[in-house]
Write a new protein. Structure first.
Length: 240
């Protein structure tokens, strides 16, 4: 159906079919497998299964039309010291899996990463004081994936203090496109967007997470918020 809609012109010709997959650490966080030895065994099996699944997907979807997104919530919580593990070494603990998951994916496939603060119990599940660890994690993923990362989504809280955004200047995206999850709390969006642009000259924006946890009745307002964000960004570009 996806291919047919593209052939009919109902979908753009360059549009890819995205498959979003939890990473091994997010699918199997420490709280689920409290014995470390068991956890590592199960995660290794999960990575093997995901690699096999991607190979199967590629028999049905051409590599040039496929996008894989790694969904990460536990990783972000971990690097901020919130996963019952020490904050020190958090980035090093979480990045090797991205090489194991990504390095064998054909280069024609687009691969992206969605970092998340979590939505269980409402968003954000936790609210760190700085974006610093999220930036460190993003840099580690991009450098260690073993192949090109096409995009990284980084959530940002409803903060309007300059210090919160300063670490955006430390991002090393390389060829990856950066999307900041800041389409929320629209009364402060323009201020937050201006602060982010101060330290990161080029990025896209999006919601803090996907739309899957939203009620259908909430989607019109969510889409309207994205239109508001677009208008703010266009106005900013005209002034720049």
């Amino acid at each position: 159906m996806f291919r047919l809609l593209k052939q009919q012109g109902s979908l753009p010709a360059g549009l890819r079919f995205q498959v979003s997959i939890p990473t091994a650490i997010s699918a199997m966080p420490p709280r689920v497998f409290p014995v470390p030895g068991d956890l590592e065994k199960v995660r290794a099996g999960y990575i093997d299964a995901v690699n096999a699944e991607i190979s199967a997907i590629l028999t049905k979807i051409p590599a040039g039309e496929l996008a894989i997104q790694w969904d990460c919530s536990t990783e972000l919580q971990d690097v901020y010291g919130g996963a019952n593990l020490p904050e020190e070494g958090g980035v090093a603990r979480n990045t090797p899996q991205f090489h194991a998951l990504s390095h064998g994916i054909p280069g024609e496939v687009a691969v992206g990463v969605h970092l998340c603060f979590g939505t269980l119990g409402g968003w954000p599940r936790f609210a760190p004081p700085s974006a610093n660890r999220a930036i460190e994690l993003a840099n580690g993923i991009i450098k260690g994936a073993g192949r090109k990362i096409d995009w990284v989504h980084i959530p940002l809280l409803n903060r309007d203090d300059d210090a919160y955004y300063q670490t955006l200047a430390q991002l090393e995206p390389g060829p990856a496109r950066i999307f900041l999850g800041m389409v929320h709390n629209m009364d402060s969006f323009e201020t937050r967007y201006r602060l982010a642009r101060k330290y990161l000259p080029e990025f896209g924006v999006g919601a803090y997470c996907g739309f899957g946890r939203r009620l259908p009745s909430e989607l019109p307002e969510t889409l309207n918020e994205h239109l508001q964000a677009l208008n703010v960004m266009r106005a900013f570009s005209r002034r720049a």
